[in-house]
Design a protein around this ligand. Sequence first.
Ligand code: OFO
Length: 164
Amino acid sequence: MLSTTIQEKLQNQIQKEASSSHLYLAMACWADVKGFSGVAKFLYDQSDEERMHMLKLVKFINERGGHATVPALESPKKEFDSLMAVFKSILEHEIKVTESINDIITACLKENDHSTNNFMQWYVTEQLEEEQMARSIIDKLDMIGSDTSSLYLFDKELGAHNVE
Ligand code: OFO
């Protein structure tokens, strides 16, 4: 059985994962209408991935004797300044998500809740990959600068990337 504190923290994490999914969907829409179809595909996939992160938490709460709440979500912004701005804000966002996951794990350790701790380790690994991915995309965009033919190839390459 989950403690009230742990359930609240997991519930809060559900909200964060759902907001991430919403944010990446808004970014995908922006990239799509700007003609970056590869980036758009990557972000649509990333949005689905975040929904899956949310769903894992929902099911975990329900299976452990709790009752998950489906959160209300704010509409994310629609316009972004550039691809660089999009990926910088993804990195910032993911760093905050990582902090929140670490906070849940700290609470689990305090309460000796080993099974939630064990469950959350999957998120720790996932966050490492996501932060690293955002950093490497930012580095690439930095190298590309305003070179449009490299940007074209970058878009194609990202579209071929499979989000796991
Ligand atoms: Fe990228 O946030 Fe989920 O875990």
